[in-house]
Design a protein around this ligand. Structure first.
Ligand code: NAP
Length: 286
């Protein structure tokens, strides 16, 4: 038998995973809660071989990142309904006979919107939402907005991918190059889920023409570096309410912590750890 003798073990698995911010966020959370726990970033390439090893050496919980979020499902003994609907798992908890999987990315989206704008369920119900993009992040966003009772329209550069998503989540599709034709306020909520605007990738662009923004519109970006993407700056300039990508990252981690440990997560300490790593150390500003 092998078991960690002094600290409980948690971690993130992916490939590559060297730049993950999760160790900073989780270890800060453990520290401020006085928990004897340790969170490691681990490169994992062979899920079939490596998942049983991680269970045997005593890991209790794992975050899952690119490229394993979809394929990992076949190696789990139980997967929750939400992860099934999204088609991806980002969190594992060890159970008696293997690993159980959940998806907390969609919870991150719900909590980000609720904490930045309104936690009143009635506020969100029936709102018209535009989701731009049709990749992995878009699937978690669509699931979240649907759970909140919103009516979703999808737009993506590759139209066929938007159609697939629209079938899975019962939404409408509008062509990507037609977004400029829609008047301000057509959508109450606009979520940018593509990689466009990310530091090092089309950083000076936005896939959404700013003409769709108006006061009262809520604009959320899933990209978190830089904090102010071109998409969010355009939204702010036209009076929209903005929700930062960092909030989704934070709250998906909060949900992981709470599932693993069964105690409330120290949200502010976790946010501070992320902000220090993203906006103070690397950009010299906050
Ligand atoms: P993905 O599955 O590879 O999907 C990428 C999406 O971006 C696709 O819809 C793709 O369109 C679109 N895209 C890429 N380049 C484009 C361009 N030049 N013009 C227009 N559309 C473009 O990636 P993902 O996993 O969804 O991640 C997307 C972003 O979300 C990344 O920046 C990631 O870091 C971020 N993210 C953030 C969080 C968070 O917690 N805040 C969580 C997950 C992901 P096509 O289909 O046409 O290729």
């Amino acid at each position: 038998m092998i078991r960690p003798a002094q600290e409980r073990l948690f971690g993130v698995i992916g490939y590559p995973v060297g730049h993950s911010l999760s160790p900073l966020m989780m270890n800060r959370a453990f520290e401020v809660c006085g928990l004897k726990c340790r969170y490691l970033a681990m490169e994992v390439t062979d899920l079939k071989e490596d998942l049983p090893i991680l269970a045997r050496v005593g890991f209790e919980g794992l975050s899952v990142t690119v490229p394993h979020k979809e394929r990992i499902i076949e190696f789990l003994v139980k997967v929750d309904q939400e992860a099934e609907a999204i088609g991806a798992v980002n969190t594992l908890k060890r159970c008696e006979n293997g690993w159980e999987g959940r998806n907390t990315d969609w919870i991150g989206v719900v909590k980000a919107l609720e904490s930045a704008v309104s936690s009143d369920k009635n506020f969100w119900f029936g709102k018209k939402a535009l989701v731009v993009g049709a990749g992995g992040a878009a699937r978690a966003v669509c699931h979240a907005l649907k759970k909140m009772g919103m009516v979703i329209t999808i737009s993506n550069r590759t139209y066929e991918k938007a159609e697939t998503l629209s079938r899975d989540f019962s939404c409408d599709v509008v062509p990507f190059d037609s977004l400029g034709n829609f008047s301000p306020g057509t959508w109450d909520v606009i979520v940018q889920t593509t990689s466009v605007g990310m530091k090092g990738y089309a950083e000076t662009s936005s896939p959404v023409p700013p003409t769709v923004f108006a006061p009262g519109v809520i604009a959320m970006d899933v990209v978190y570096t830089p904090r102010w993407t071109v998409f969010l700056s355009g939204a702010k300039e036209r009076g929209a309410t903005v929700v930062f990508g960092l909030e989704m990252l934070l709250y998906q981690g909060v949900a992981q912590f709470e599932w693993w440990l069964g105690v409330p997560a120290p949200v502010e300490a976790m946010r501070k750890a992320l902000e220090e790593a993203l906006y103070v150390n690397s950009e010299g500003k906050r």
